[in-house]
Design a protein around this ligand. Structure first.
Ligand SMILES: [Zn+2]
Length: 83
């Protein structure tokens, strides 16, 4: 995905008031998977590593956007939507 596509996606998500791709993906998981992600990050493991695993499990978000989600700097948190 190019930078222009990334920016476009972020803008469109904000306009539509929808969660980002990472947020949508997290919502598609069950509680066990979400708990495992929280535990992974709480243990100080890198988001880049989590992104690689996420992509293999159906997450379509680019790594930059994926990181933004976990820094709470994406459309999900503008919505006060917590994944
Ligand atoms: Zn998000």
């Amino acid at each position: 995905m190019s930078l222009a596509d990334d920016l476009h996606e972020a803008e469109q998500a904000a306009i539509r008031k929808q969660p980002c791709k990472t947020g949508v993906w997290l919502e598609s998981l069950d509680d066990r998977d979400r708990d495992a992600i929280r535990a992974f990050l709480a243990a100080g493991k890198p988001v880049s590593h989590l992104h690689g695993i996420a992509v293999r499990n159906g997450c379509g978000a680019a790594e930059t956007r994926f990181r933004s989600h976990f820094r709470k700097r994406c459309a999900c948190f503008d919505l006060e939507h917590v994944a």
